[in-house]
Design a protein around this ligand. Structure first.
Ligand SMILES: *Cc1c(COP(=O)(O)O)cnc(C)c1O
Length: 367
């Protein structure tokens, strides 16, 4: 028998599809490359790709992920967002018809020296100010010309990635650099991540590359996912496995970091940091544990108390008289947006979703 430990991540194929439609409403003239790196932001690579079968392409990081998608029958374009890390990956990528990013002169060299059964599509990346990957704007045309002379290269798509797309006027300068240095190059362009799709209509171009918005979390810290009509794709649920009664002055958890200032009913939830729940939850205020993290029991909002341990956390049930052992708990999902949990922990929804641990049971609904 598999473990009946109650923690479970349920992913809704309907929500993923709804969010893909939100992308299409915002960028109706662009093809959509669904970003499914990091195990589809923790949602499960293959099933997420299956749910998003109406996307025009998929993007991942590792060649192994791209091959998994191909072997699962995905026929759309698949892009390696950082290209190959080693020349030995090139013939394999070519054999599986996987597109590669080229962001550095070293990668052009690898391509020029490669023997490939079929030519490969290249997404040539310009550094427009993020300063992580990409050719300097001044070096872009030369890289383009080198690539377009190679028999190893088939289609070339022009690509960049914005650092501040979530800010008003956040891409003006980067976009103008990109346009200046791609002038006269008659190729498809790929610029926009989720924040750009939602906030920067000028950036949509031929391809858009949504990640986080497909999963129903916000890319913009000042605006909620619901304000963009996005639906949470993942619901992380568990159950109360123990109930404690604290008298005034008693504490709960390691380090006794929460002390009751009145009689309290406390629920112990089967979810801890080994499941991917952030251990620093609620410790933002200098160890002052009064600021808990939102959590729902029986659909009612309450908050965590005390330190999160490896396998458990505690929450306040004082105002939820019906709560008992077996009561359903939502860590994040429809009642508690993952972005709210993230905010209370000083991080972003992206990190919490990606950090979900393999030991959490996983199921897809509506697929
Ligand atoms: C991860 C990634 C994306 C998706 O970003 P979101 O903010 O999740 O939409 C798009 N483009 C590139 C190059 C990426 O690495």
């Amino acid at each position: 028998m598999t473990s009946a430990r109650p923690i479970c991540a349920t992913v809704s194929a309907n929500a993923l599809q709804h969010n893909l439609n939100v992308v299409k409403q915002h960028a109706p003239h662009s093809q959509v490359m669904a970003v499914v790196k990091a195990n589809a932001y923790g949602h499960g690579l293959l099933q997420t790709a299956q749910a998003l079968h109406q996307a025009d392409a998929f993007a991942v990081l590792g060649l192994n992920e791209a091959i998994d998608l191909r072997e699962a029958g995905i026929e759309q374009r698949i892009l390696l967002l950082e290209g190959v890390f080693d020349a030995r990956e090139l013939p394999i990528a070519a054999a599986y018809q996987i597109d590669i990013a080229v962001h550095h002169a070293e990668q052009v060299k690898m391509l020029a020296n490669a023997t490939l059964a079929k030519p490969i599509n290249v997404h040539l990346k310009m550094n427009t100010g993020m300063n992580r990957l990409g050719f300097a704007p001044q070096a872009f045309k030369a890289a383009y010309e080198q690539l377009s002379g190679l028999e190893q290269v088939s289609e070339i798509i022009l690509m960049t990635h914005f650092a501040t797309a979530d800010e008003t006027n956040g891409i003006e300068s980067a976009l103008s650099i990109f346009q200046t240095h791609t002038q006269g190059l008659d190729h498809a362009k790929s610029l926009a991540n989720s924040a750009s799709i939602l906030m920067q209509p000028d950036s949509h171009a031929d391809w858009v590359r949504p990640g986080i918005m497909l999963y129903g979390a916000t890319p913009v810290s000042t605006q909620s996912a619901t304000s963009f009509d996005l639906q949470p794709a993942m619901q992380l649920t568990s159950e109360i496995i123990s109930v404690q009664t604290l008298a005034k002055g008693e504490s709960v958890g390691y380090g006794a970091r929460f002390t009751a200032d009145k009689p309290m009913k406390i629920g112990i939830v089967a979810c801890g940091y080994a499941d991917g729940y952030p251990r620093h939850a609620g410790q933002l205020h200098d160890g002052d544990m009064l600021a808990g993290v939102p959590i729902a029991v029986h659909g009612q909002r309450t908050q965590t108390v005390g330190r999160v341990s490896m396998d458990m956390l505690a929450c306040d049930l004082t105002h939820i008289p019906d709560a008992q052992i077996g009561s359903p708990v939502e860590l994040w999902g429809n009642t508690i947006p993952v972005d709210e949990v993230a905010h209370a922990c000083g991080t972003i929804g992206y990190e919490l979703l990606c950090a979900l641990a393999p030991r959490v049971r996983f199921q897809f609904s509506d697929l």
